[in-house]
Design a binder for this molecule. Structure first.
Ligand code: NDP
Length: 332
């Protein structure tokens, strides 16, 4: 029998081409089919949530809809052997918060195959400080390491450094001993980025459009979170044999480059997807963040907000004004 529980969610309604989010009372009986019902204690704010909440049809096709691509909480019903009732789980990606009601509601119902057990000793809030953004930063760094990146090879650039993905990448790379150059458009974040471990913070003009097909190679490797023209410019500045992981598109989905960085310098462009990858790959990164890869500064600096603050926090993402990590606490 399906349990009927009334709960609160920040839900987006479409009205005359406007997308308006508000806190509403819903019932778990109206959640989609799925083997596992989870009481969500925390979610995490991501750029994709801002796209969903503003009616981006590439993310969310139909409304009303509850965004939230991340959720962590306790299993309250399970029709699968695993996870068991009472267990704590992390859910990120797949269809959560896109066309399946997501973590901005106090309850989600999802397939068991989307649930990663919360690492031993971790709290659900800690998992959501990292969220999809942290997971993506971890996967981006993992890709560089898999290609043989090591600190003695030289500087590693991080673009969109003050953002949710970029800031975790900065702290993690610095923790692993890399000399990190944070590329940021926010003069106000210079001190914070240095505090996270960046040795240098440079402006976005470092990646300003330049007609030359190759530039002086200054970076051994890079984590790019912005895509578009800045990524094309970054590729021109990577040293022979270097790697660039690419996960984002805030500066554009297009990539106008020549093949020269690839064929004259052997630069590797590495795609990063945190959404559809196998659960085991997500689990491996969560275990690392709960262990050697912990980012204490990111954890300490995370901001907690309640549902009524979601609207303005999501709009800041769309304006490129957000920084660091923001956690949605359903008890606030
Ligand atoms: P944020 O909005 O938190 O950060 C993006 C940062 O990029 C901003 O803080 C800003 O940093 C910089 N920025 C914003 N606008 C521009 C612009 N027009 N030109 C250049 N830089 C800009 O987003 P996230 O960190 O959460 O996500 C970053 C990207 O990664 C997004 O495109 C997101 O969709 C994508 N993503 C992809 C995933 C995947 O699985 N592939 C998973 C998670 C995210 P600063 O001011 O410091 O320059």
């Amino acid at each position: 029998m399906t349990t009927k529980i009334t709960y609160k969610a920040w839900r987006v309604n479409a009205q005359d081409d406007q997308y308006i989010g508000s806190v509403q009372s819903l019932n778990t009986a109206d959640l989609p089919e799925g083997e596992v019902l989870i009481r969500v204690s925390h979610s995490s704010l991501n750029y994709k949530d801002a796209l969903s909440a503003s009616g981006n049809k590439g993310v969310t096709r139909s409304f009303p809809h509850t965004p939230g691509i991340d959720a962590a909480g306790e299993v309250v019903e399970s029709r699968a052997g695993s996870p068991a009732v009472g267990g704590s789980v992390i859910v990120t990606g797949y269809d959560l918060g896109m066309n399946t009601d997501g973590g901005f509601g106090e309850y989600i119902r999802i397939p068991s195959a989307w649930c990663v057990p919360l690492p031993e000793g971790w709290k659900t809030r800690t998992a959501m400080i990292y969220g999809t953004a942290g997971l993506t930063a971890g996967l981006s760094v993992q890709k560089l390491l898999t290609m043989g990146a090591s600190p003695e090879q030289g500087k590693v650039a991080v673009s969109g450094a003050s953002g949710a993905v970029g800031s975790v990448a900065v702290e993690l790379l610095a923790k692993l001993g890399f000399e990190v150059v944070a590329i940021s458009g926010k003069a106000s974040q210079i001190e914070e980025l240095k505090e996270l471990g960046a040795q240098e913070v440079v402006g976005r003009d470092t990646l300003a459009e330049n007609k030359k097909p190759l530039l002086k190679p200054v970076f051994a490797h890079a984590v790019d979170t912005v895509g578009g023209n800045p990524l094309a410019e970054l590729l021109k500045q990577v040293r022979p044999g270097g790697s660039v992981s690419c996960c984002g598109l805030v500066a554009g989905a297009g990539l106008a480059t020549t093949v020269l960085p690839f064929i004259l310098r052997g630069v590797n462009l590495l795609g990063v997807d945190s959404v559809e990858i196998p659960l085991a790959e997500k689990d491996a990164v969560w275990q690392k963040f709960a262990g050697d890869w912990s980012c204490p500064k990111t954890e300490a600096a995370a901001k907690d907000i309640g549902r009524t603050e979601l609207d303005s926090a999501l709009k800041a993402f769309l304006k490129g004004e957000s920084s660091g990590k923001t956690v949605l606490d359903h008890s606030k």
